[in-house]
Design a protein around this ligand. Structure first.
Ligand code: 9WN
Length: 441
């Protein structure tokens, strides 16, 4: 079968249409109704797909996200669109405008998300047709990107080990992954937080996090709000502090991209090599588990590895920071029909099918997510596993062709779950068609 752009004409134009429909002018909503604002790692993934269609619009997606950057360098996980309602928790709940570091005139959340932004910015540059325009774009964002990474090392590397810590499940982007279960259960919620859940009105309850999860999510936001988002205070009081594999793998991928960006525009790349070496070493020493052949998240408060076999444990492959012998063992597990690649279904499950928490319909507890597949297609190709990468790309495109551009999918039968017309599913399908299939058979 010839797998090239022409075979996917319809799916490509369907994807481009979704990005147009979810476009608010300078940013793209992750989903038409469920997520009506701008999200951090969504915009990064979206910009990569947009860069195949329109250089300038892709650059604007990244620039508009950076407009929400805080004075301390943090790029928030949500930038609220003042014209959109219908998402909870909204700006009234976060109340970040009270905080001196928050940007003036822009409403944002008070936490961040996996830092894949610099990686995306470099891809947007590489895919640009107008090279001079793209160089100007890099010049306009470089210092802001450096400031974001300074924040991650100077403020978020609580243990000074080269591993940024996350303080909320939402910062992992994988909100209710089983890896957070024990930690969330341990949180003592003295007073039930006051929040509403609009998500359950739009999406079946069995596909979303539980109310208990939301109690913990909201409790943490109320705690951070009461501490005025002061990271020193949060570090001492937060019951959720994790050195996360997804966060630090994407950080590494971004550092490498940032170095390439700096080199392109002849800027000082000073601290980048030191940071990269530090984080690469910390991931190998602190997060690697020899017995399980994978990396585990680390619970900083209870000083223990979180031993759940979840897909994101393998993301150092995306960062290209795994030595060959380890990588081969990991890839063997990743491609196994017992864990992440169901025999008659669709890869990759976000939780191993062998874990007791595996649930094929519930959010980050098993379903296939297109951004995860995309990162593993990149990772497999980097390690020379071109057939497996192409197989995964083809299966991913089959899934979208059969079921539509959903937020996530049941890996056992391909059913679309969560929101329909989901932007990063559309955007990354465009990139798969343009980057990973063209010309190969
Ligand atoms: C909370 C927007 C975001 C994604 C996350 C995904 C989901 C939000 C929610 O939607 O999280 O940030 O309300 O459930 O888990 O990865 O960025 O698409």
């Amino acid at each position: 079968m010839q797998l090239n752009r022409a075979s996917y004409e319809n799916i490509f134009s369907g994807a481009a249409r979704i990005l147009r429909e979810n476009d608010t002018g300078s940013s793209t909503k992750p989903a038409p109704r469920l997520y009506p604002h701008q999200w951090n790692w969504d915009s990064a993934f979206i910009a990569i797909g947009l860069s195949h269609i329109d250089d300038k619009r892709a650059q604007l997606e990244i620039a508009s996200l950076l407009d929400g950057q805080w004075a301390n360098g943090m790029v928030p996980h949500i930038i609220f669109n003042p014209e959109s309602t219908g998402y909870s928790p909204g700006p009234d709940y976060w109340r970040t405008h009270q905080c001196p570091d928050a940007p003036k005139g822009t409403l944002t959340s008070g936490i961040t998300q996996p830092p894949i932004l610099a990686f995306a910015a470099y891809r947007v540059f590489k895919n640009a047709k107008d090279r001079n325009g793209a160089l100007d774009f890099l010049r306009s964002i470089y210092k802001k990107l450096i400031h974001y990474h300074e924040y991650l090392y100077d403020v978020r590397d609580f243990k000074k080990e080269g591993l940024a810590c996350i303080i909320h499940p939402w910062e992992s982007g994988m909100d209710n992954t089983p890896s957070w279960d024990d930690l969330l259960k341990r949180i003592k919620i003295e007073r039930k937080p006051e929040y509403e859940r609009i998500d359950k009105v739009l999406i079946s309850e069995n596909q979303r996090p539980t109310d208990k999860d939301y109690d913990a999510y909201s409790y943490l936001v109320e705690l951070f709000r009461s501490l005025m988002y002061d990271m020193e205070a949060i570090k001492n009081k937060s019951p959720f502090l994790v050195q996360s594999v997804v966060f630090n793998s994407l950080l590494l991928a971004s550092l490498k991209a940032l170095k390439s960006i700096g080199t392109e525009i002849h800027e000082d790349t000073g601290r980048l090599d030191d940071w990269t070496a530090l984080t690469e070493n910390a991931i190998q020493t602190k997060l690697w588990n020899e017995e399980a052949h994978q990396y585990f998240d680390y619970d900083v408060l209870h000083q223990e590895s979180i031993r759940r076999n979840i897909l994101s444990n393998y993301l150092p492959l995306f960062a290209g920071s795994v030595v060959r012998e380890k990588a081969e063992r990991m890839i063997h597990l990743l491609l196994s029909q017992d864990t992440f690649w169901p025999q008659n279904g669709y890869p990759l499950c976000t939780v191993s099918m062998k874990e007791s928490e595996f649930n094929p319909q519930n959010y980050w507890r098993g379903p296939v997510w297109i951004n995860m597949n995309w990162m593993f297609i990149e990772g497999l190709a980097q390690y020379g596993y071109h057939n497996a990468a192409e197989d995964l790309a083809r299966k991913t495109l089959d899934l979208v062709t059969n079921s539509g551009f959903y937020e996530y999918y049941n890996p056992l039968n391909g059913e679309g779950l969560g929101s329909d017309r989901f932007s990063w599913s559309a955007s990354l399908v465009i990139d798969l068609i343009e980057t990973h299939l063209s010309g190969r058979s």
